[in-house]
Design a protein around this ligand. Structure first.
Ligand SMILES: Cc1cc2nc3c(=O)[nH]c(=O)nc-3n(C[C@H](O)[C@H](O)[C@H](O)COP(=O)(O)OP(=O)(O)OC[C@H]3O[C@@H](n4cnc5c(N)ncnc54)[C@H](O)[C@@H]3O)c2cc1C
Length: 277
């Protein structure tokens, strides 16, 4: 939709040109990434958009150390990554990208950073980043930077750990996490619907881990030194996720989300229990 309160779209050429952001800097500024959410509803408080795409960040940088994903990398570009053969967890990447069921246009414009920063419970980039032990690299308004585990980035629906004027620059995924075996499960109330539950499990030498998203208000991560049995997994889910943590919106009722989370978690556990670490 037209955002008829916008007076300027800034196209920064480098970091020195960055100023503002919705939560800081000049009032009425917002970082613009793919714009798929920004342009999807009225933004009466906004006056200026600062287009992060103009910074020209390299979308993906795979290396021995792992994978650097620029915040401005689109979901479509990320899904096309051709991973090294030993990244056993790589199928999680296109799987999580496709968990955002948008039109061709949305899918090709939506960015990894925009998805994380919007912090919808159904944000699949949070599932990916948490499951793969990623770190977020954040640019601070004083010209510095800080790092934060992706697990601590999303604090709740539409709430992140970004401070005023901060920009999510990059997500770094360690190679060790990419070498683990992985399994993904998703369910929605309708075939093209938003995720009601999105779960990712990994298994490696350090044990089994399960990330629960979409069903809960913020990502939940469970780690086990050894493969748990069905009972132990069920108990850990019950212990970790309080009744009030199950998300409630038109895409699923809390009791349904809790029920399907249990079923999908057990499917992931059973799949990864086969075949060892
Ligand atoms: C049909 C449709 C279906 C959708 N389905 C889903 C879904 O299933 N799950 C889901 O999570 N979302 C969904 N969305 C919402 C949205 O499109 C996605 O979350 C998308 O990934 C947002 O990314 P973007 O790059 O377009 O962000 P934008 O719209 O550009 O920005 C989103 C917010 O993040 C801020 N921001 C963006 N990048 C940064 C950065 N690097 N640092 C700091 N702040 C930043 C912006 O200022 C803005 O507040 C859907 C939208 C549509 C229209």
């Amino acid at each position: 939709m037209d955002l008829n309160t916008i007076e300027a779209v800034l196209r920064p050429a480098g970091r020195g040109d960055l100023a503002g952001g919705r939560d800081g800097g000049r009032d009425g500024d917002a970082w613009l990434a793919g714009g798929t959410w920004l342009f999807s509803e009225p933004q009466p408080d906004l006056r200026r958009l600062v287009d992060l795409g103009a910074l020209g960040w390299e979308p993906l940088r795979p290396s021995e150390a792992g994978l650097e994903i620029a915040a401005t990398c689109t979901l479509a570009r990320l899904a096309r990554l051709e991973p090294p053969a030993d990244w056993a967890a790589a199928p999680l990447i296109p799987g999580c990208c496709r968990a955002l069921v948008g039109s061709f246009k949305v899918w090709n414009a939506a960015t990894v950073g925009g998805n994380l920063c919007l912090a919808l419970p159904a944000g699949p980039m949070a599932a990916l980043a948490c499951a793969l032990d990623a770190d977020c690299l954040i640019w601070t308004p004083d010209g510095g930077e800080r790092r934060l585990p992706a697990r601590d980035f999303v604090l709740g629906p539409r709430r992140t750990a970004l401070g005023p004027g901060e920009v999510l620059r990059r997500i770094d995924v360690p190679a060790a996490a990419l070498r683990r075996r992985a399994a993904l499960r998703r369910i929605a109330l309708s075939p093209e619907g938003r995720s009601g539950a999105l779960l990712a499990g990994t298994r490696g030498p350090e044990g089994f881990a399960l990330t629960v998203t979409a069903a809960v208000r913020r990502p939940v991560h469970l780690a086990f030194a050894a493969m748990p049995g069905p009972e132990a997994l069920r108990a850990a889910l019950a212990e970790t996720i309080a009744a009030a943590d199950w998300y409630d919106d038109v895409h699923g009722a809390p009791d349904w989300r809790a029920h399907v989370t249990g079923l999908l978690a057990e499917e992931i556990r059973a799949e990864l229990a086969e075949g060892g670490a």
